[in-house]
Design a binder for this molecule. Structure first.
Ligand SMILES: Cc1cc2nc3c(=O)[nH]c(=O)nc-3n(C[C@H](O)[C@H](O)[C@H](O)COP(=O)(O)OP(=O)(O)OC[C@H]3O[C@@H](n4cnc5c(N)ncnc54)[C@H](O)[C@@H]3O)c2cc1C
Ligand SMILES: NC(=O)c1ccc[n+]([C@@H]2O[C@H](COP(=O)([O-])OP(=O)(O)OC[C@H]3O[C@@H](n4cnc5c(N)ncnc54)[C@H](OP(=O)(O)O)[C@@H]3O)[C@@H](O)[C@H]2O)c1
Length: 279
């Protein structure tokens, strides 16, 4: 047997066991495509990475010239999870996601282990109810926060409002919420506390309309049987497009809530789900 054939005959190591060689490389452990423009994936977690549920990190791939091409991504998994989960758009000609959408189990991605962000419990004053308000992939930080026991320890009620154009775009969030009641860690805590209010705007579904409209009209309060927002009791976290964030802030301010930050906790906090106006 020649040396070359010995190498060829040797069983290939499982892809996930291959040592990372990109800078800050992590290995993809699963990928799920939800629609032609949305997918989620999980990667190994650096042992040293500590983060607060709701924060984001920079992730990416090498570009054609071998330079890191990085973008901000909310960590969708909770801080206790052994792996990291991300929920991503696929922008057809987007520098990163036109390539990232093709990752497979065993591939490497770059992950800079420096988590930051404003959608964290520490940036809010104590309250009775927490509202998670998201459009599109803006649900990602709340996928983390909805799986964090601290969310249910801190609040009597957790309201997840998620709005997309079409039903299929809600499915990642819907399945996640559905799975929580059977979760061994937080299943009992979630029971009766988590109120899920998904809506669509361009396809018929049980609940329709923009988050801003459903808050302003009072429809969501009537549907869920809870009182209108009150700065004494209600706290909110917002994540969507720039236009959405701008319009929701105006609605929250009308209810008397004020924007806080890590350095000055108040009644609501906001994070961009992406930068730019359109694909
Ligand atoms: C704090 C922060 C957190 C983010 N978290 C996430 C996340 O968890 N998941 C995620 O998919 N993206 C997230 N983004 C957006 C992300 O950083 C990239 O913009 C996205 O991955 C597209 O990268 P790209 O290089 O392919 O295209 P880019 O050149 O970055 O974007 C091209 C255009 O695509 C549109 N676009 C970009 N991202 C989105 C999106 N998420 N939804 C709808 N339209 C979009 C915008 O119009 C943008 O101008 C986040 C952005 C910020 C600022
Ligand atoms: N979603 C798709 O199927 C699709 C397909 C191809 C391309 N795109 C492009 O991708 C980009 C992002 O699309 P997206 O659907 O992820 O995000 P989006 O346009 O921000 O819409 C997501 C959800 O947020 C709502 N919304 C938008 N602006 C709002 C505001 N100011 N206040 C309250 N609610 C608001 C939308 O309602 P309305 O429906 O009422 O706007 C929709 O239900 C857009 O440029 C779009 O043209 C989207």
């Amino acid at each position: 047997m020649t040396e070359a054939s010995a190498v060829t005959d040797a069983p290939a190591p499982p892809k996930a066991a291959v040592k990372p060689h990109l800078p800050d490389a992590q290995i993809v452990t699963s990928v799920k495509h939800w629609t032609d423009r949305l997918f989620s994936f999980r990667v190994t977690r650096p042992k040293s990475l500590r983060f607060r549920s709701g924060e984001f990190v920079m992730i990416g791939l090498l570009d054609d010239r071998g330079k890191p091409l990085l973008r901000a991504y909310s960590i969708a998994s909770p801080s206790w999870d052994e792996e990291l989960e991300f929920y991503s758009i696929k922008v057809p000609d987007g520098p990163l996601t036109s390539r990232l959408q093709h990752i497979q189990v065993g591939d490497e991605i770059i992950l800079r282990p420096k988590p930051v962000g404003t959608l964290v419990h520490d940036a809010l004053l104590p309250g009775r109810r927490i509202w998670f308000l998201a459009t599109g992939t803006g649900i990602a930080p709340f996928a983390s926060l909805m799986r964090d026991p601290e969310t249910y320890e801190k609040y009597d009620q957790v309201i997840m409002m998620h709005t997309c154009r079409e039903k299929a775009e809600l499915e990642y969030g819907r399945q996640l919420v559905e799975s929580l009641k059977d979760d061994p860690l937080i299943g009992e805590m979630v029971e009766g506390k988590l109120l899920y209010y998904p809506t669509t705007t361009r396809e018929e579904s049980p609940h329709m309309g923009r988050i801003t409209d459903n808050l302003t009209s009072g429809k969501v309060f009537a549907d869920l049987g809870i009182p209108p927002m009150d700065p004494e009791e209600d706290r909110a976290m917002v994540c969507g497009s720039l236009a959405f964030n701008h319009d929701v802030k105006a609605v929250l301010e009308k209810f008397g809530l004020h924007e806080g930050a890590n350095s000055e906790p108040l009644e609501y906090v906001v994070e961009k789900a992406f930068v730019g106006d359109g694909i």
